[in-house]
Design a protein around this ligand. Sequence first.
Ligand code: AMP
Length: 178
Amino acid sequence: MNPTPPTVADLQCAIRNVPDFPKPGIQFKDITPVLADARLFAASIEHLTAGIAPGTVEAVVGIDARGFIFAAAAALRLQAGFVPVRKQGKLPAQTLEQSYDLEYGSNTVAIHADAVKPGSRVLLVDDLLATGGTAAAAVALLHRLHAEIVEARFLIELAFLHGRERLRGAPVRSLIVY
Ligand code: AMP
């Protein structure tokens, strides 16, 4: 007899809250217990890709670094390619870059200029939506490549930081909302 597959609530139970990491005041959502459990990891990918038929997106775009884990597995599930959005200076070929502001300073992310063809349907995936700066920069890069962002999906959303308001260019869905 097959046990029932883990629910989103089961995933939420497994996510570990680590106070004051990486600096005081941050409640870090640690997803490694989900990854370490075969059934939870598989269920996280099932839930993240729910409602998207295999073969209907060309690529799943993952954001450096934890987003890669979920996006790569989602790409296999959806019979799609995987495309990384990386921190500046990591991709070897010609790139497009996009900067965004942080509380102090700024960050830059990059994508290979030939990573997605104009008009391609892509799914954007990351582990967590916080202020939305990173995901908004990834959305901007995909728009500059003329990709069609079917949706941006996140395992976790910290709704009190209003990140989805910065993602007006793409429909947003998250599994677990704090
Ligand atoms: P942001 O650009 O503010 O939306 O930050 C999103 C990125 O930072 C995501 O890729 C997350 O992996 C990471 N992140 C931000 N806040 C947290 C948190 N409280 N717990 C875990 N990861 C976080």
